[in-house]
Design a protein around this ligand. Structure first.
Ligand code: C5P
Length: 411
């Protein structure tokens, strides 16, 4: 059994009111065994399944249940409870609790503590499979993921309610592993290579509306940018992902902004760029928008329609110009001809530290596919041509190159 080390770590363990509440006792025992100081907060519903006394005996600390209890508050206020935590772990999270956290409600001690805390939060949901699959539950889950909550998804199997499917609380080992990797900024026992680094990544297409029902766009699905964001977050980076409309769920632990137009994407990026050590522009930003956006749906006529198009802002160019010492800016170049020549020109024009060039005229490459075949170019003229590979794998290779730049090695 892998032993997670929580020595000198303060854990706030929240327990929701589901049948899996009894498993939180094992979680608590394992946390204290591995050196953690654990303070437990039970919801009202959790107390119907399991008693505070059990958790008090296991944690050797008073258990907290009531936001308005004067004795509890005088011993340790809910603000202190939330402030002193290195990580907040909630298991099990019921559908009700998930909805409350997603909405930012604070009507009991646990939800209030979750709003107060600035520590990373790990949520381990558990519920009936039909509840889990409900659109509204998945919506809440995606909202939480997009706000940077770490989710340890339930597992499939026999459920206490008699149904079979996804909904069982994840293995204690996996919940502990997720919390451990977060508090120690480690993965697989090794220090996370991007711990403490801040990334800003754009992804997906943009949409430029002509009228309320028509827009100009492109086939980008966001897969490359999402893969980079997920990999950077796994390596410990704080990642902000700004994406145009795509069908992908935001990666776990990543701060997500969904946008529509190039102008909107630029605004968010301008706010985030000064705090970012690395900006990766994978978005396929539309270069033109209609000069006049019609308020009403345009009526079709027999003859041709002429649209007057004007340029959208070039986000990468704008931010590249403002680059400060220590900031790394990486661009993509999707070309259908003269790949390397065009990519080289963009390195200079957009003040890039690296450009990733791909020939989108070849089928199965680039836009909307799972695979990508690229050449990485540096300002010094160094080029690395990579074979075709899944975008998830390519994300790892690109981040290795970016890490070298961030650590002052190479190019
Ligand atoms: O000039 P071109 O569009 O080929 O440059 C591609 C690179 O510039 C990509 O990294 C893309 O994300 C970025 N870009 C941008 N804003 C635009 C156009 C492109 O950030 N309006």
């Amino acid at each position: 059994m892998k032993m997670s080390n929580f020595q000198n770590k303060n854990v706030l363990l929240g327990v929701g009111g589901g049948i899996a509440a009894y498993k939180a006792c094992e979680l608590l025992r394992r946390l204290t065994d591995s050196g953690a100081q654990v303070h437990v907060v039970l919801t009202k519903a959790a107390q119907k399944f399991i008693t505070a006394l059990t958790f008090q005996s296991l944690s050797q600390h008073p258990v907290h249940t009531d936001l308005f209890n004067l004795t509890e508050e005088s011993e340790m206020s809910h603000i202190q409870l939330a402030d002193q935590a290195d990580v907040v772990l909630v298991a099990p999270v019921t559908a009700d609790l998930l909805a409350k956290i997603a909405c930012g409600l604070a009507d009991d001690l646990l939800t209030t503590s979750l709003l107060v805390t600035q520590a990373p939060v790990v949520l381990a949901p558990s519920m009936n499979v039909n509840m889990w699959e409900k659109e509204v539950v998945q919506f809440n889950l995606n909202t939480l993921k997009s706000r940077g909550y770490h989710i340890v998804e339930p597992e499939a199997g026999y459920l206490a309610c008699g149904w079979e499917g996804k909904g069982r609380l994840a293995e204690i080992e996996n919940i502990l592993g997720a919390a451990h990797d977060i508090v120690t900024a480690q993965v697989g026992g090794k220090k996370k290579s991007l711990a403490g680094r801040r990334f800003l990544i754009t992804a997906g297409p943009t949409r430029e509306f002509i009228d309320p029902v028509r827009f100009l766009s492109n086939p980008s699905t966001g897969k490359m940018g999402f893969a980079l964001a997920a990999e950077a977050a796994l390596r410990g980076a704080t990642v902000t992902l700004v994406s145009g409309p795509v069908a992908l769920p935001p990666p776990s632990g990543v701060k997500y902004h969904g946008v529509t137009s190039a102008e909107e994407m630029l605004k968010i990026c301008q706010l985030e760029f000064p705090q970012s050590e690395c900006f990766i522009a994978t978005a396929a930003v539309g270069d033109y928008r209609s000069e006049n956006i019609q308020k009403q749906k345009g009526k079709k006529t027999e003859g041709p329609l002429a649209l007057n198009l004007v340029r959208t802002p070039d986000i990468l160019f704008e931010l590249g110009q403002k680059k400060q010492t220590g900031q790394i800016v990486v661009g993509f170049a999707a070309e259908t001809e003269q790949l390397l020549k065009n990519a080289k020109e963009k390195i200079t024009k957009k003040h890039l530290d690296l450009i990733v060039a791909n020939d989108v005229s070849r089928s199965g490459n680039g836009f909307a596919s799972n695979d990508n075949q690229v050449t990485i170019l540096s300002p010094s003229g160094q080029k690395t041509a990579l074979p075709s590979m899944p975008k998830t794998q390519l994300a790892g290779i690109l981040l290795n190159e970016i890490e070298k730049l961030m650590n002052g090695v190479g190019n």
